[in-house]
Design a protein. Structure first.
Length: 268
């Protein structure tokens, strides 16, 4: 299937692509989960990825973050290919993510969950930290302070010492975002961040995503099934169906695209 033409709601002439997929394909045996997908994400965008269940959205996120590697095609970050890198290498370059199924350290505190994510930016080795040799104490205090600041940002600082397993679902979502921000990313991937939230919480989440985009100078990729949130939040949207990209453009154009209506949105 030919790739859809790009239709933008923002001017892309003066925007720099930070992520670029070139003919990405991922096969699992005889199943093609992602099929020859190409798109670019510009610096500073909130870029939405939507489609029916099983369309290949999370597989595409896994390709971007190195959890799996493409069968064919390339993934580029700031012009450099990252298709064959491991997840920790991609995270160190500046790409962080949350997961559809929350992956917190349940028996650790909220503060510890966020502190752990910062280890890729510390210089102290294991033995230095165990023995308490410089610069380990200074780094630990800096890491602790930064983690607490991020918990304040997501409204969880008053529960910093509580185990993550004690948090309700919505708070666990916010904690996972704080942990992702601790990696100091330039690109943040959010996999269904509004899942399980009520309408008021979804609106707060939308405002929060805009806030962190500006505060941390982020480019954000978002998988989300709540169509009003996506349409109101994203600068551009890509639509997958059966692993193929069927539309990409601004929310108004995507919402009125006949192929998208038939595959995902429905006539209502």
């Amino acid at each position: 299937m030919p790739q859809p033409q790009l239709a933008d709601s923002i001017s892309n002439l003066d925007r720099t692509p930070v992520l670029e997929a070139r003919g990405l394909t991922r096969r699992f045996g005889g199943l093609i989960a992602v099929n020859n997908v190409s798109f670019s994400v510009n610096e500073g965008e909130i870029f939405g990825l939507i489609g029916p269940n099983g369309a290949g959205k999370t597989t595409l996120f896994n390709l971007v973050t190195g959890l799996i590697h493409p069968s064919n095609g390339q993934m580029l970050y700031q012009g450099d290919e990252i298709s064959k890198l491991r997840p920790h290498q991609i995270a160190k370059k500046g790409i962080a993510r949350t997961f559809q199924n929350i992956r917190l350290f349940a028996d650790l505190s909220a503060l510890e969950n966020v502190m752990i994510a910062q280890h890729i930016h510390t210089k102290s080795g294991v033995f230095t930290g165990v023995l308490g040799l410089p610069p380990a104490p200074r780094e630990e205090q800096k890491t602790r302070s930064r983690a607490f600041e991020l918990l304040e940002l997501v409204g969880l600082s008053d529960r910093a010492d509580e185990k993550a397993s004690n948090f309700p679902y919505g708070d666990q979502r916010r904690l996972e975002i704080a942990r992702a921000l601790a990696l100091e990313p330039s690109v943040l991937l959010l996999d269904e961040p509004a899942a399980g939230m009520n309408p008021n919480e979804k609106q707060q989440l939308s405002d929060f995503i805009r806030q962190i985009r500006q505060q941390f100078n982020l480019t954000i990729l978002l998988i989300e099934h709540h169509v009003p949130l996506v349409m109101g939040l994203c600068d551009r949207i890509a639509v997958l169906n059966f692993g193929q990209l069927i539309a990409i453009g601004n929310p108004a154009d995507v919402k009125s695209d006949q192929a998208v209506i038939e595959a995902y949105l429905g006539t209502d």
